[in-house]
Design a protein around this ligand. Structure first.
Ligand code: DOR
Ligand code: ZN
Length: 421
């Protein structure tokens, strides 16, 4: 089966792309023999986004999200592969739970892998999983603080043991670097907190200390560490200074790039997230980190909760919000505004992610790679209307935002899965 996509912009040039048996077979201005022709009428093609940071929540929290709704949201958002985070019910901490997740993930419409939680109590279970050389495990996930019912690790010797496993099995450790003790210190200082205190309570110092700690340990041990949702200017500096001394990778989210805490007055707990939305100066530092290569990837931290839970008082409202359907529209709008090049967007959303997590034959549009592709209409205007989301979490801190440039279709292994316009 051969499908040719014609009249499509790839790397800034109008070209044709031939898909044969799910793989990219040809890119150029010629028109090799085909069975089906799809005229993309001047739209842009980028490698399908790989999102390494998604909380799917199937099995016991299907009222929040399941694999079908999450993957529908991924397709609508132009994402062709996602990694499931482990801090759900039941948590991905052993082979039994991983197998349960494997069962329900068959519903997924997009490619997926699993990040496995590492805690003080499951290191043998993690080794048991890794000894089977699983192709569907992307990374280990370590939390240094509580955030949505996860077990966290404070003990340095345990962190070192986790890094030893990471080195031995060649898997990066994705780290939520906010430190629990530090958060508790700031929590004790505020009576009757509201979401306006969230950035103070989960203080920047807590993320900075954790990021510094894990980079120093990674320097010693030599494993790869991936700092999830980097949110402060100081973290960017620490990572920048250590890029050539440790195997350290840096993820940012769209909300830490594009929002500052002043928005919380308007949107309340809908914008409650860990780590918190920070300041305009932090936004700028993250953009500089993108420009100079300190930042490697963009992950959504898609963390769906129910609106009824989010509308509780600050202390009860869970942290997190959906991100799969907003990430590419928001970033493509930045490309249109001249704040980001398309080449950089591709690096951050797929090429670097594929390299860091060793995803073979994905992350670039080239012959021999799988035809996981996102079709972009750079002229299409959008307004974020959460009621229309495919995720079950129909709210967003970006509600009512408007912009230009959005994904209108994806190919997964060469099959067209959605068309918006
Ligand atoms: O805001 C967050 N929500 N941060 C996390 O680290 C976890 C996530 C969730 O699972 O809800
Ligand atoms: Zn997360």
């Amino acid at each position: 089966m051969k499908t040719i996509l014609t009249n499509v912009i790839i790397n800034g040039k109008t070209q044709n792309l031939l898909i044969e048996d799910g793989l990219i077979a040809y890119i150029g201005t010629e028109k090799p023999a085909y069975d089906t022709l799809i005229d993309l009428e001047g739209k842009t093609l980028i490698p399908g986004m790989i999102d390494p940071h998604v909380h799917v929540r199937d099995l016991e929290q299907t009222d929040k999200e399941d694999w079908f709704s999450a993957s529908q949201a991924a397709i609508a958002g132009g994402i062709t592969m996602l990694f499931d985070m482990p801090n759900n019910k039941p948590p991905t901490v052993n082979l039994k739970n991983l197998n349960l997740k494997r069962g329900v993930a068959r519903k997924s419409l997009v490619h997926y892998k699993f990040n496995i939680a590492v805690t003080e109590h499951n290191l043998d279970d993690v080794k048991e999983i890794l000894d089977t050389k699983p192709e569907d495990v992307s990374a280990l996930k370590l939390f240094l603080a509580g955030s949505s019912a996860n077990e966290y690790v404070e003990d340095i010797d345990t962190i070192k043991q986790i890094f030893d496993i990471s080195l031995q099995y060649g898997l990066p450790v994705i780290i939520h670097t906010e430190q629990q003790k530090c958060i508790e210190k700031y929590q004790a200082k505020i009576q009757n907190p509201s979401v306006l205190d969230h950035n103070y309570i989960r203080n920047r110092e807590c993320a900075n200390l954790g990021t510094e700690l894990v980079i120093n340990l990674a320097k010693e041990i030599g494993n790869a560490v991936y700092i999830a949702h980097t949110s402060t200017a100081e973290e960017i500096d620490i990572i920048r200074q250590n890029k050539d001394k440790a195997r350290v990778y840096c993820e940012v989210t769209p909300h830490h790039l594009l929002l500052d805490e002043s928005i919380l007055k308007r949107i309340g707990n809908s914008g409650k997230v860990n780590p918190p939305i920070r300041t305009k100066a932090d936004n700028q530092a993250l953009w500089l980190g993108i420009a100079d290569g300190t930042v490697d990837t963009i992950g959504t931290d898609h963390a769906p909760h129910k609106i009824s839970e989010k509308s509780q008082a600050y202390n009860q409202a869970p942290s997190g919000f959906p991100g799969l359907e907003t990430v590419l529209p928001l970033l493509l709008n930045e490309v249109n505004k001249g704040n980001l090049s398309m080449a950089k967007l591709v690096e951050l959303t797929s090429t670097n992610t594929a390299k860091i997590f060793k995803i073979d034959k994905r992350g670039a549009i080239k012959p021999g790679n799988y035809a996981d592709l996102t079709v972009i209409d750079m002229n299409k205007q959008w307004k974020i209307e959460p009621k229309k989301f495919m995720t079950k979490a129909k709210y967003s801190p970006f509600a009512e935002f408007e912009g230009i440039g959005m994904p209108v279709g994806v190919f997964i292994n060469g099959e067209l899965r959605m068309e918006n316009g």
